[in-house]
Design a binder for this molecule. Structure first.
Ligand SMILES: NC(=O)c1ccc[n+]([C@@H]2O[C@H](COP(=O)([O-])OP(=O)(O)OC[C@H]3O[C@@H](n4cnc5c(N)ncnc54)[C@H](OP(=O)(O)O)[C@@H]3O)[C@@H](O)[C@H]2O)c1
Length: 277
């Protein structure tokens, strides 16, 4: 489990917050999530299935689609070779899609809006396909759609604490009983961190894309304070093509109860970027 820890905060916190806190995904509803084989996509497939939703996803190769379906997706569509909006429309049927979790945006925005049914919710978390689009808002009005956008890192400490606490109460038991598992595609010793980082940068190649270097992790199970509050501080200290330094701390009862500090680094000791261990 320790090796899987670095894959938790960014992916599962983001997905929990967007699917459940903001979009109120409910059992029996249909979710469309783009990029199903990504860290975010996989977390969304797992949590939505655990909630009892139908999950349709997109991915860029048949191999990745098979991976998404093996992870629980009801249907994964190859967006490079198939008519994904047509297939989603067919599967979702008359009631259409209830929630879209979108990291692509751009020309996907109108297609997603068209696929959403009455009272549908559209959560935007990234703009891999561009942040601008010409959109016909007629369907937003007629179908009473809600569009939301958010990003985890700039939120206040209180907001992050609330998300951490929600994940602690709702998702953590699923990690413990292994109904939900972060997927680590492969690990590298720290001295090969640059290769790990390059593989992540390559991203959309032939591989499912969750990669981690072996972090320095110290963890004991966080216990909620009397008010049920846990503070999470997680940040990328630095990220360039050659290095990325990440620090995360969980604080309960005013004490740090878990730390997760990782550096993907391609520089030598003594360099200003080689720090904070
Ligand atoms: N807002 C927030 O709070 C928040 C938090 C965490 C992450 N994010 C963002 O969310 C995104 C996903 O994060 P990640 O770490 O999971 O990324 P990742 O592992 O790098 O994956 C990116 C995914 O995007 C997919 N993709 C790219 N173009 C696509 C298209 N046209 N149609 C469908 N899928 C497409 C890729 O699919 P293929 O590889 O199959 O082509 C890939 O699975 C990143 O942009 C990240 O910055 C946002």
């Amino acid at each position: 489990m320790l090796q899987r820890l670095p894959a938790i905060p960014e992916n599962y916190f983001t997905v929990y917050y967007n699917l459940f806190t903001r979009s109120r995904l409910a059992p029996g509803e249909t979710l469309l999530v783009h990029g199903g084989s990504s860290g975010i996509g996989l977390a969304a497939i797992q949590l939505a299935k655990a909630c009892g939703a139908t999950v349709i996803t997109t991915a860029g190769t048949d191999e990745k689609c098979a991976f998404c379906e093996s992870a629980g997706a009801d249907k994964a569509v190859n967006y490079r070779t198939e008519d994904w909006p047509g297939i989603v429309r067919e599967i979702a049927g008359k009631t259409k899609v209830d929630v879209v979790l979108d990291m692509v945006a751009g020309d996907y925005i109108q297609k997603n809006i068209d696929l959403l049914g009455r009272d549908g919710r559209y959560a935007l978390i990234a703009f891999l396909g561009g942040s601008t689009a010409e959109v016909n808002f007629g369907k937003v009005m007629m179908n009473r759609l809600s569009i939301s956008g958010s990003t985890l890192r700039p939120q206040s400490l209180d907001e992050k604490a609330r998300i951490a606490s929600d994940v602690e109460h709702t998702v953590w038991p699923m990690f413990e009983n292994k109904t939900v598992r972060p997927h680590i595609h492969c690990t590298y010793p720290l001295k090969q961190a640059a290769q790990a980082h390059h593989l992540m940068m390559k991203g959309g190649g032939e591989l499912p894309s969750t990669v981690t270097a072996d972090y320095s992790v110290k963890m004991k199970r966080p216990t909620p304070t009397e008010k049920g509050k846990i503070h999470l501080v997680a940040k990328i200290v630095e990220s360039t093509q050659d290095r990325a330094t990440v620090e995360a701390e969980l604080e309960a009862d005013g004490k740090i109860c878990a730390t997760c500090v990782g550096t993907f680094v391609a520089v030598k000791p003594g360099h200003p970027a080689y720090h904070r261990w």
